[in-house]
Design a binder for this molecule. Structure first.
Ligand code: B12
Ligand code: SF4
Length: 466
């Protein structure tokens, strides 16, 4: 049998391209490894010759590359228009195109029109069959991978990507039981928290060449005592393997509740954690279904401090545009995040992502303002207000976002934070660069909002006006 050639493609993503990534010194910090494609490559038998193309590092001249036998494309919703362009290019050449990932799963009917075959769900149990069918020229229109067994997740092929990234990537768990209304994770990966065998994770860490690693888990430590126990075992194993890696991860606020967990995480190389606070008010948390943050007696300021004491930076994430949010919410979030003492603040617009409960609700209430799909998917980056908000007009919500950023990233506040990082010997340089880069993005954001408003117009942009 002759070797078959497979291209696995990550289409360029609008969040990267708007900052003209090629021209920026910080390029390496803006592009993230497409782990899905590295996992697919790990599942692919040796008779396939694999090339992974990450268009975020530069779009290649496909015409100058050898003709592949099969193309696999991944896409988040916001990347999907570019994914369709790439698919059309290869289909014109008669090369079959398969698409999988979150958007293909949530918008199957749309995607199936644009490619030869769609894989929904996780790929581990189904990809070998897709490849067999492709080889025999009998690809089906649709495959469903369901939820994979975690001991079937292969070591990702870290060797197949170039050195243009600041961070490696690894996944240790899938699924989230918390099922927040705005998030696709429970719908996509299920409510059952599934953990990879610790030995696999350590081996994979060993195969990553970058010193810095993004642990992509949605919630690295989980919620129940047995999850926390497993996280501790993982951290012990990573520390014992003495890999010299420094990593960042996402977790819920219960990360701060267990001192032993924090000690072990720091020893294992944890240097930063991204925590979803989501809303400054209990009403907002209830609206989003983020019950976990509502636990009685929870003191967010003290929780953040406990994490930081272990020299771990805390990035706090909030959402603007909830039904309970009124004018003034932007400043309120900035004040609350400052009071909690987070090192960086990431505020996003409430966005109805396909497949979420929020999508169903907003669709039913005719609140999806940007709904000319697929074109409008490019705005579903959580950095544009794509819906009709209850108390905030289009101009109003953009002003709230700007006021939030200007407040939190004012120079005096940045200096105060960096001083506190210096004092606590908590990576002051990273903190300074992180804060300044958010601040310098403000100008780009203004430009992006102006373009967005021109595109969207100002018609019926708030629920109140309906
Ligand atoms: C890591 C991560 C990031 C990283 C890295 C992104 C990157 N380059 O990969 C960063 C922080 C940069 C990021 C940014 C964003 N992210 Co993000 N991110 C994730 C996260 C937590 C993990 C993704 C991951 O690597 N998983 C591990 C791999 C192995 O799993 P996988 O991607 O699902 O792939 C499997 C299957 O899907 C399938 N598969 C995937 N592709 C293909 C292709 C083929 C051909 C086949 C057969 C199968 C297949 O096989 C794989 C193995 O089973 C997910 C949540 C999640 N659990 O998926 C959110 C998630 C993907 N992100 C999300 C969003 C919204 C964003 C942003 C748009 C928002 C923002 N401002 O933060 C940005 C912009 C990204 C963009 N491209 O435009 C949403 C996407 C929803 C949607 N409908 O698009 C998710 C689902 C989280 C959520 N809250 O709902 N993200
Ligand atoms: S936002 Fe976080 S906690 Fe909520 S469902 Fe998504 S992954 Fe789970």
């Amino acid at each position: 049998m002759h070797a078959m050639r497979l291209y696995l493609i990550n289409p360029s993503n609008p969040l990267v391209s708007i900052v003209h990534v090629k021209e920026s010194r910080w390029n390496r910090y803006r592009v993230w490894k497409p782990l899905s494609l590295m996992v697919l490559a790990g599942l692919t038998p040796p008779e396939w010759e694999i090339v992974i193309v990450d268009e975020n590092l530069g779009v290649p001249d496909y015409a100058a590359m050898p003709r592949p036998d099969l193309v696999g494309i991944t896409a988040f919703t916001s990347q999907v228009n570019r994914a369709y362009e790439v698919a059309a290019h290869f289909r014109r050449l008669g090369v079959p195109v398969v698409m999988g990932g979150i958007h293909a799963t949530m918008c199957l009917d749309e995607v199936v029109e644009q490619v030869d075959s769609v894989v929904t769900g996780e790929a581990e149990d189904i990809w070998p069959q897709v490849l067999r069918d492709a080889r025999q020229g009998c690809l089906k229109r649709r495959y469903d991978g369901g939820f994979a067994a975690m001991n079937g997740v292969p070591l990702a092929r870290h060797d197949l990507l170039s050195e243009g990234y600041a961070f490696g990537a690894v996944q240790t768990t899938r699924g989230c039981p918390l099922n927040c209304s705005f998030c696709s994770v429970t719908a996509f990966n299920g409510a059952r928290y599934r953990q990879r065998p610790i030995t696999d994770v350590v081996r994979e860490f060993q195969s990553i060449r970058e010193k810095h690693v993004l642990v992509v888990d949605d919630n690295l430590i989980g919620t129940r005592p047995e999850h926390i126990a497993r996280a501790k075992d993982l951290f012990r194993a990573l520390a014992q393997a003495n890999l010299g890696k420094q990593w960042v991860a996402q977790a819920t606020i219960n990360f701060a509740d267990d001192e032993e967990l924090l000690v072990l995480a720091a020893k294992a190389g944890c240097r930063g954690v991204f925590i979803g606070f989501e809303s400054p008010t209990p009403e907002g948390l209830r609206e989003l279904g983020k019950k976990f943050n509502l636990l009685k007696g929870r003191d967010f300021r003290a929780s953040v401090r406990r994490v930081q004491r272990h020299k771990i930076l805390v990035v706090g994430s909030f959402i603007i545009g909830l039904d309970v949010d009124e004018p003034g919410i932007g400043k309120h979030i900035a004040e609350v995040a400052t009071e909690y003492g987070v090192d960086n603040l990431n505020t996003l617009f409430l966005t109805p992502l396909p497949g979420t409960r929020l999508w169903d609700q907003m669709k039913a209430e005719d609140r999806i303002a940007l709904g000319a799909f697929p074109e409008d998917w490019k705005y579903y980056t959580l950095t544009f207000p794509v819906a009709r908000y209850k108390h905030l007009t289009l101009d109003g919500i953009i002003q709230e976002m700007m006021s939030c950023s200007r407040n939190f990233y004012s120079l005096p506040r940045i200096l105060r934070r960096v001083w506190s990082n210096l004092w606590g010997r908590r990576q002051p340089l990273i903190s300074l660069v992180g804060n300044l880069s958010y601040r310098s993005n403000l100008r780009l954001d203004c430009q992006a909002y102006a373009d967005f408003k021109r595109q969207r117009g100002n018609t019926r942009d708030c629920v109140r006006e309906a």
